[in-house]
Design a protein around this ligand. Structure first.
Ligand code: CTP
Length: 400
């Protein structure tokens, strides 16, 4: 995937900068041509000479180098790069990237570039949790050009234990490879559902579930970054809607069913990731129900969207999800056939560190032709790409 690809590695001023030396080696092992640019702060941690020796290319550090800027070097380098990796990316650099600040070589170069960018944030865990940092990350994540690799958890150089470590070098290399995937969904209409539904008890209260919508949003973004026309039907979520995608916001299972049915005919593939409520209150009180002793709820089944599409799916790929507490594979397999799906992703929700309300996920993928693949613990964005890799070939198979 990386053979002869031109990769610009941007190193910013964090202690993890030393790990980027290894990253240069591994990228070169894969056949990439690597050039390095460093911020001033990064040069306090590792010398440019180290990166020059490892990459075999001169290292850029200054926007005002008479020699390097003779031919407007930062623009030339921006045109040269097939992909950019910023590792480690400090909170300060992420803030500059999110707001288009160009006040040194690396930030100016980034603004002038048009190729895909992988950002590998690494910082103190409190900085990582900071509101401003999160807002900046979200701004960048809205662009299909930027991919953000979730930092790893563990002991941090500052003495804290938490999230903020630069992920293992092999994970970064795998993500860089991901930047070069073809636009293999180009021209395809992909319909994704995401998030929970809310079933109202009255105008204040509702029944819902722990889904945040992250997995479905990641799938929608991944499909878009691979060239698809994406429609995303989502339940209530605090996530910002992805850009470049048709977003349809719904609340109840009934609304989600109506929208999904209406959009289904136009799609080549439906990825039914939404955690649709299985039950809704039989009665909804108008206004706010007043307290009076106990409240015995009567619930009734909601419409099963996937089962309703079973006979209408000819020529379309339909993918479901199964969040299970136990016997994940067996239950997922059962749902695959019961709901007439082409593929299903089963994930184990008994582990607290993944799935619902988490930024990472793991699972198992099965298709009706007998293929089976394990999806180890990874960011939801990586998992989205892995799922798309597996289901791409089904588009041809369902036509046969
Ligand atoms: N699903 C659906 N309509 C519903 C409920 C679920 O289309 N009313 C879809 C989900 O989006 C998911 C798949 O069906 O892709 C499996 O959802 P899940 O809740 O795990 O399955 P259920 O059929 O509801 O089975 P159970 O809750 O009994 O495990």
């Amino acid at each position: 995937m990386l053979k002869e690809k031109k990769v610009l590695l941007g190193v910013t001023g964090g202690i993890a900068a030393y790990k980027s030396c290894e990253l240069v080696r591994r990228l070169k092992d894969k056949g990439a041509v690597v050039k390095v640019a460093m911020t001033d702060a990064a040069t306090r941690f590792v010398t440019p000479l180290t990166f020059q020796a490892l990459s075999g290319n001169p290292v850029r550090t200054s926007l005002f180098s008479m020699e390097e800027e003779q031919a407007i070097g930062h623009i030339a380098l921006a045109d040269w790069a097939d992909a950019i990796v910023i590792a480690p990316a400090t909170a300060n650099f992420i803030a500059k990237a999110a707001s288009g600040v160009a006040d040194d070589f690396l930030s100016t170069f980034l603004l002038a570039s048009r190729c895909p960018v992988l950002l590998c944030p690494s910082m103190n865990s409190n900085m990582y949790d900071n509101f401003f940092y999160k807002a900046n990350e979200e701004t960048l994540a809205r662009s299909a050009r930027f991919r953000i690799l979730e930092p790893a958890s563990g002991e941090l150089a500052c003495g804290y234990t938490g999230k903020g470590r630069l992920p293992p070098v092999q994970d970064i290399v795998a993500e860089v490879e991901g930047l070069f995937r073809d636009l293999d969904f180009s021209g395809l209409n992909i319909l994704v559902t995401a998030g929970p539904t809310r079933e109202p008890l009255d105008d204040v209260r509702f029944l819902s579930n722990r889904s945040t919508g992250r997995m479905g949003f990641a799938l929608a973004r991944a499909a878009r970054s691979r060239g698809a026309n994406v429609t995303l039907i989502h339940g209530p979520t605090f996530l910002e809607e992805p850009t470049g995608i048709r977003n349809i916001a719904v609340k109840t299972a009934e609304e989600m069913a109506a929208q999904t049915m209406a959009e289904f005919e136009k799609c080549n593939m439906l990825i039914m990731n939404a955690a649709v409520a299985d039950y809704k209150p039989s009665e909804k009180t108008v206004g706010k129900k007043q307290k009076a002793g106990s409240w015995n709820l009567v619930l009734e089944r909601t419409v099963d969207i996937l089962s309703g599409l079973k006979d209408k799916s000819k020529g379309r790929v339909v993918i479901g999800f199964a969040a299970e507490y136990k016997d994940v594979e067996e239950r997922a397999k059962n749902k695959l056939f019961r709901k007439g799906l082409d593929a299903i992703v089963g994930n184990d929700i008994s582990a607290e560190d993944r799935g619902f309300e988490s930024k990472v996920n793991a699972g198992i993928m099965l298709d009706r032709f007998g293929a089976r693949s394990e999806l180890p613990l990874m960011s939801k964005s990586s998992m989205a790409h892995r799922i798309l890799d597996s289901v791409r070939s089904l588009l041809e198979k369902v036509k046969q």
